[in-house]
Ligand binder design. Structure first.
Ligand SMILES: *Cc1c(COP(=O)(O)O)cnc(C)c1O
Length: 312
């Protein structure tokens, strides 16, 4: 796994030192957390007996863009089941087409059934499909962020620094589950705060806790349910109207980050979470601390934003 750059970007008005970890710069298909996860999935695919891939996601899915890119590079057919309700063309969907993915658009309530049918159809015709859940959800996705946590701890050791907070955009929660598991393994104390980009509590947080339990079970590790619950902080105050257009404040943060630091942020995930983090810092009187924000990617969505497209 490549180690992504981590550096100090600026000090905020409360004298917090804000650092960023550039997972958007993972050198695969425009990077992002879906690239970090995909590298793990493809390690399993490459060492197994598979000849095609089935996954799902919307037309703006970073996950589907990366999976279809990596599949195309291996001359493996890639089937993407995509909900009709989120099928507006974006740079991600244009890239999926460029990679020759077969995109099967169905009503959202038929996604599950269509996946099952596609998998049996492929198996019945003698193919060996590998299935990846949407967003790279699952233990290999969680594992990717246990590895990211290891990188963060290594950075701290090398640079004699300790991050008091780690923030990032939290969606399906796989990223957050990996970070919390990493923290449990390292037995260190700090606040890991997932800023929800769409889901509400209690479900959003419960999905993360389930992923953590599943992963810990898989590696035979255990932690008390109390400890897991205490460490899983999922903030749903800044979702706006869910998977939506940015408001003025988010737009201003995106422009400022690009102009001052040359770092692109999209409106659906990273810009929204960054803005949310700033509000959380102010609301909780956080000051004079070291704060790490993980940039989880979505670069093509930044260009949709530039074009004034409503990337959902
Ligand atoms: C998918 C995604 C997220 C959310 O990651 P989860 O592991 O699903 O919580 C955050 N940022 C970007 C850019 C994403 O594509």
């Amino acid at each position: 796994m490549s180690i992504t750059p981590l550096y100090h970007v600026y000090d905020d008005e409360y004298q917090n030192r804000i650092f960023i970890k550039r997972d958007d710069l993972i050198p695969v298909s425009f990077g992002g957390n879906k690239a970090r996860k995909a590298i793990n999935f493809f390690a399993e695919i490459d060492s197994g007996d598979y000849d095609c891939i089935v996954t799902y996601g919307s037309s703006s899915s970073n996950h589907c863009r990366i999976i279809s890119n990596m599949a195309a590079g291996r001359h493996m057919p890639c089937y993407i089941i995509s909900p009709q309700e989120a099928s507006v063309p974006t740079f991600n969907s244009q890239l999926m087409e460029m990679f020759g993915a077969e995109i099967i658009v169905v009503n959202v309530e038929n996604v599950h059934e269509t996946i099952e049918n596609k998998l049996s159809e492929l198996r019945n015709s003698g193919k060996k499909p590998y299935f990846i859940a949407g967003g790279g959800h699952g233990d290999l996705g969680t594992q990717a962020y246990v590895e990211c946590y290891d990188e963060i701890v290594q950075y701290e050791t090398d640079n004699h620094i300790k991050f008091d907070y780690i923030f990032f955009a939290s969606g399906t929660g796989t990223t957050q589950a990996g970070l919390v598991c990493g923290q449990l393994f390292h037995k260190d104390e700090r606040n890991i705060v997932g800023i929800s980009i769409a889901r509400k509590n209690p479900r959003g947080r419960q999905v993360i806790i389930n992923s953590i339990n599943e992963y810990l079970d898989g590696c035979g590790a255990d932690a008390s349910i109390n400890e897991i619950e205490n460490k899983t902080v999922f903030i749903d105050d800044y979702t706006g109207s869910g998977y939506s257009k940015a408001n003025e404040e988010i737009n201003a943060d995106i422009r400022k980050m690009m102009i001052m630091h040359g770092i692109p942020m999209d409106t659906t995930y990273v810009g929204k979470a960054f803005s949310g983090m700033k509000k959380y810092i102010a609301a909780n009187n956080i000051n004079k601390l070291n704060i790490l924000f993980i940039h989880t990617g979505g670069t093509p969505l930044f260009f949709d934003y530039l074009q004034g497209r409503n990337a959902e």
